[in-house]
Design a protein around this ligand. Structure first.
Ligand code: C2E
Ligand code: CA
Ligand code: CA
Length: 635
């Protein structure tokens, strides 16, 4: 009994707890309700015309005028709400009002039309019946989006109609009542079906919207949602003059986890990272942009606290993660931050700046936060200029190679030269590869450059003594397509230099981008007879177990470990253990960036053989006669 009552009450009320549904109903109503009142009033005044001569003036003019006033007032208020976004509260109140008014107005019009019946002849009476039947159909159509209101009107008018006409004693009217009863039932069934479809559609729309904006793995907002949120936040910040910052986080060492433990563990790690970021950044918008990249939107923060906050986030990401199936993994996160209004532009520019700061963090301050500064702004501008100039450049003529010797401390001989690229730009003069290679990598020009550089390097090596090797740097992009690799192989074959004299240098960071493919292509080059050297060893985040699987022949210890190693016990130990490691793995080892006699002495003491650095020779266009360097090393 109580359940039935509850059901009825709910059936005849505005839906509760579904704000999106109510919003959709409200939007539909703001267009349809004025139309409904228009039908109602037009039909009413036409009926008034019909009964004017027979009915008393109170019924044919005054009462309809009062009803018209009420209706016009309602039309005006709905008309004003068209296209406006309103609060949920307002919408709920408007719909509840409509529900109540539906009853009042239905009773008023039904009573009025029935009270007209006794006046006039059968034609006018027929018009009253026709008016009631047709007007209620129109109204129900217009109210279809709010089941309760449509039902209230249908029940009041049709029950009134059927009861009145069925008891009129007039066979034609009794028949009409039967017609109306049948039509009413059909219409109410249709209404139920339509209303169910409508609510289903609204729900589906909500769900689609949710899915389109949510990252299914971490349940964080996705890339698309991030950008729409950013555009909105940017607009607010611009109008209110608030501060705004974007931070982009990229994980260091995620790929190795994914490759070693598999995708399931990788997914779990991403979920854990998402949770940790979410917990750390309670009032901050956190999104997953894709892969192992996350982004935060920070509103109204002071610029000086941002770096501290960013580093705190990075520090938390360095703490190990205990994953559901028992794995303990450790990774790190680098972060780039850009702030508004310190740098102008739009939302997209702000994101690009944060991304550039991230790129800097990855290159120079791995595992830490970097805030975009005006210096970066200049670099960005310069990079853009370089990119412009590179696309116009005559690479075949403007690219050159210089050679830096690699020296054996044991035999006191030059054993190889490393080829280093130089760009003789018409606009900028001689440009360092540290500057143009990263730009060329980003705009995919490097694949075009490598064969040119390799060809020039090998043309030089072809005239050296046969026992001098040549070392050549490959970019990350060179080992991403089979066409690229086949072109390198063709260049080597055409050069007349034996592959056995060639070492190809790849960096740890380039390997980590796509370890499987790099593995495959490095293998092809290794099978050709080339050596493969791991460049800048020690600066990346890879685990040795991964590098172990690569067909490496040498490692090159990065110069950051070498400077002043005779005075820095930490560096000394690191280099010493790296040397031991290379020996254990059966790999050759070259220590880079040796700049002084003291460093050389310390390295000799450790048992290091191959060295490279300014102390033994700067990069030069022509190779030095071997004797010159041997003398310097001996002195
Ligand atoms: P890298 O492969 O680590 O090359 C060594 C860099 O260190 C060279 O800079 C070299 O001039 C410099 N260097 C050598 N000895 C010393 C020293 O004792 N002290 C100091 N401070 N620096 C020393 P460079 O020629 O400017 O090249 C920079 C980077 O550009 C290279 O680093 C390499 O990653 C990249 N690169 C150079 N040539 C090519 C190329 O043909 N292709 C590609 N993809 N990258 C290249
Ligand atoms: Ca190198
Ligand atoms: Ca290097």
């Amino acid at each position: 009994m109580i359940a039935a009552f509850r059901f009825l009450r709910e059936f005849f009320s505005v839906p509760r707890g579904q704000p999106e549904l109510r919003q959709a109903q409200y939007r539909a109503f703001s267009k349809q309700i004025p139309l409904m009142y228009f039908i109602l009033l037009t039909n009413t005044w036409i009926l008034c015309g019909s009964v004017y001569s027979s009915a008393p003036i109170e019924l044919s003019i005054y009462f309809p005028m009062v009803l018209t006033a009420v209706c016009v007032f309602r039309i005006a208020s709905w008309w004003r709400s068209r296209g406006k976004s309103t609060t949920d509260d307002h919408v709920a109140r408007a719909l509840n009002r409509t529900n109540r008014l539906a009853a009042v107005i239905a009773i008023a019009f039904t009573t009025w039309s029935i009270s007209l019946f006794p006046y006039g002849g059968p034609l006018q009476q027929a018009h009253v019946a026709f008016y009631m039947a047709i007007t209620v159909v129109g109204c129900i159509f217009c109210l279809m989006h709010l089941r309760s209101a449509a039902f209230i009107v249908a029940l009041i008018v049709n029950i009134g109609f059927i009861a009145f006409f069925a008891t009129s004693g007039e066979p034609v009217f009794i028949a009409t009542a039967a017609n109306i009863a049948l039509v009413s039932v059909t219409m109410l069934i249709m209404l139920l079906i339509y209303y169910r479809d409508f609510t289903d559609m609204v729900r589906a729309r909500i769900e689609n919207h949710r899915l389109a904006n949510l990252d299914p793995l971490t349940n964080l907002p996705n890339r698309r949602r991030f950008f729409s949120e950013l555009v909105e936040a940017f607009a607010t910040a611009t109008t209110n003059g608030d501060g705004l910052a974007v931070a982009v986080v990229d994980l260091d060492g995620f790929k190795p986890v994914n490759d070693t433990y598999g995708h399931v563990v990788g997914d779990e790690l991403l979920i854990a990272v998402g949770d940790r970021l979410g917990a750390l950044c309670k009032s901050i918008f956190v999104a997953r942009l894709g892969g192992d990249e996350f982004a935060l939107i920070l509103r109204g923060r002071e610029q000086h606290e941002l770096l501290g906050f960013g580093n705190l986030v990075c520090a938390r990401l360095r703490e190990s993660f205990a994953l559901p199936n028992g794995h303990m993994v450790q990774i790190a996160g680098s972060m780039g931050i850009a702030t508004f209004p310190e740098h102008d532009g739009d939302a997209m520019k702000l994101y690009e700046k944060a991304d550039y700061a991230l790129y800097h963090s990855k290159r120079n301050r791995r595992g830490q936060a970097v805030v975009f500064t005006s210096r970066h702004e200049e670099e960005l501008r310069r990079d853009a200029d370089i990119q412009q100039a590179l696309t116009r450049a005559d690479l075949e003529h403007e690219l050159q190679v210089v050679f830096q010797p690699i020296f054996s401390l044991r035999s006191r001989q030059i054993v190889a030269y490393e080829a280093l690229a130089r760009w003789h730009s018409a606009e900028f003069g001689i440009v360092s590869p540290a500057q143009f290679i990263p730009v060329a990598e980003r705009c995919d020009l490097v694949q075009q450059m490598t064969p040119i550089l390799l060809q020039k390097a090998l043309a030089n090596a072809a005239i050296w003594d046969d026992d001098i090797r040549i070392s050549f740097n490959l970019s990350a992009k060179d080992l991403t397509s089979s066409e690229g690799v086949l072109r390198l192989i063709a260049t080597i074959n055409d050069s007349g230099v034996s592959p056995a004299r060639i070492d190809l240098e790849i960096t740890e960071t380039s390997i980590l981008q796509d370890i499987e493919r790099v593995h495959l292509y490095a293998r092809m080059l290794r099978d050709l007879g080339c050596g493969i050297s791991l460049d800048d060893f020690g600066t990346g985040f890879s685990s040795l177990s991964q590098l172990h699987s690569l067909p490496l022949t040498k490692i090159k210890i990065d110069r950051s470990f070498v400077s002043d190693l005779h005075r820095k016990p930490a560096s000394y130990k690191i280099v010493k253990s790296m040397l031991a490691l290379a020996r254990d793995m059966g790999l050759g080892c070259i220590v880079e960036g040796v700049e002084s006699a003291e460093e050389t002495a310390a390295l000799t003491e450790m048992g290091c053989d191959h060295v490279q650095g300014y102390y033994f020779g700067r990069p030069a266009a022509k190779i030095e006669a071997p004797g010159q360097i041997a003398r310097r090393a001996a002195s």
